[in-house]
Design a protein around this ligand. Structure first.
Ligand code: MG
Length: 259
C-alpha cells in the first residue's frame, strides 16, 4: 500500500465529514460527567452521527489479524486505558477520572478520525498537566506537518516537546501511531510519535493524515486486555490521547476535524 493523495473533490468531502465529526465529539465531551456510563457516551455518539446521515467507522471494524470486530461506535478509554477501550454499561465515570473519547466517521464514503481526553469533574494537577502536554504535543506535531517534511519530522517534533517537559519523564506510546486516513480509516503512511528527522514518508500537498500522540504518566509500555482491544499502560498509570485529521497543503497544515 502506498500513500494516497486525495483529489480536491475528496478533500471537500473529508472537510465536511471532519466538521461533522468535530461537532459530534464536542457534544459527547459535554456529556462527560460523574455518573455517566461509558456506554451512554457511545450510544449518544452513534445517535448524533446517524442524525447527521453519517456512519460510525469503528462499529464492527475488524483490522487484519483482529480476533473480533470492535463492538461500538466510540472508543472510550478511562484512566490507565490508553486507547480502544470498549464502552460498557457498568463502567461509570467518577469525579477525578480522565476519559479518552476516540471517534471515526464515514461521510459520503470518506473517513475522518479524532480523539480527545476529557477530565471528569475536577481532576488532579498531574492529570490536568498530562492532558495539557498531550494536547500541546499534538499541536506541535501539526505544526511540523508541512510539505517537504517527513513523518519522522512530525515524530521528532512531538517527542522533543514531550521530552522537554520538566515536571516528569512522560512515557510516549510507541506501538501505536498516527496514520493516513480518507479512503480507509487506516492508510499509509505510519506516523510514529517519536523518531528521527528526515526519516519516513515524505509529506506532500493533498495527503490527509491523522496525528495522535498517546502520552503516559509513567512507562511507555502497554498491555492488551483479554478483550483483545483495550490497550492499557503496563504500570497502570494514567494515559492521554489527542487526535486530529489534517490536510497537508502548500502552506500551513489544515485541521479538518474542527468546527
Ligand atoms: Mg486514529
Amino acid at each position: 500500500m502506498s500513500v494516497i493523495i486525495k483529489t480536491p473533490e475528496e478533500i471537500e468531502i473529508i472537510r465536511e465529514g471532519g466538521k461533522n465529526l468535530a461537532i459530534v465529539l464536542h457534544k459527547v465531551k459535554e456529556k462527560v460527567a460523574p455518573g455517566v456510563s461509558t456506554k451512554d457516551l457511545d450510544l449518544y455518539a452513534e445517535k448524533l452521527i446517524r442524525e447527521m446521515g453519517d456512519i460510525p467507522a469503528f462499529l464492527n471494524y475488524r483490522p487484519e489479524g483482529a480476533s473480533s470486530p470492535f463492538p461500538a461506535s466510540l472508543c472510550v478509554s478511562v484512566n490507565d486505558e490508553v486507547v480502544h477501550g470498549i464502552p460498557k454499561r457498568n463502567v461509570i465515570l467518577k469525579e477525578g477520572d480522565i476519559v479518552s473519547i476516540d471517534l471515526g466517521v464515514k461521510h459520503k464514503g470518506l473517513f475522518t478520525d479524532m480523539a480527545m481526553t476529557v477530565p471528569v469533574g475536577k481532576v488532579s494537577e498531574e492529570n490536568l498537566k498530562l492532558l495539557q502536554v498531550t494536547e500541546q504535543s499534538l499541536q506541535v506535531g501539526i505544526d511540523a506537518a508541512r510539505a517537504g517534511n517527513t513523518a519522522g519530522d512530525i515524530g521528532y517534533a512531538v517527542e522533543s516537546f514531550i521530552r522537554a517537559q520538566k515536571e516528569r519523564k512522560y512515557g510516549i506510546v510507541e506501538v501505536l501511531a498516527g496514520h493516513g486516513v480518507g479512503r480507509m480509516i487506516h492508510e499509509d503512511p505510519f506516523i510514529p510519535n517519536f523518531g528521527k528527522r528526515g526519516t519516513g514518508a515524505k509529506l506532500v500537498p493533498g495527503m490527509v493524515i491523522a496525528l495522535e500522540p498517546m502520552v503516559n504518566l509513567g512507562t511507555k509500555n502497554v498491555t492488551i486486555d483479554d478483550d483483545d482491544w483495550t490497550f492499557r499502560t503496563a504500570d497502570r498509570k494514567n494515559s492521554a490521547h489527542f487526535e486530529h485529521t489534517i490536510l497537508i497543503t502548500d502552506g500551513d497544515p489544515e485541521i479538518l476535524t474542527q468546527i
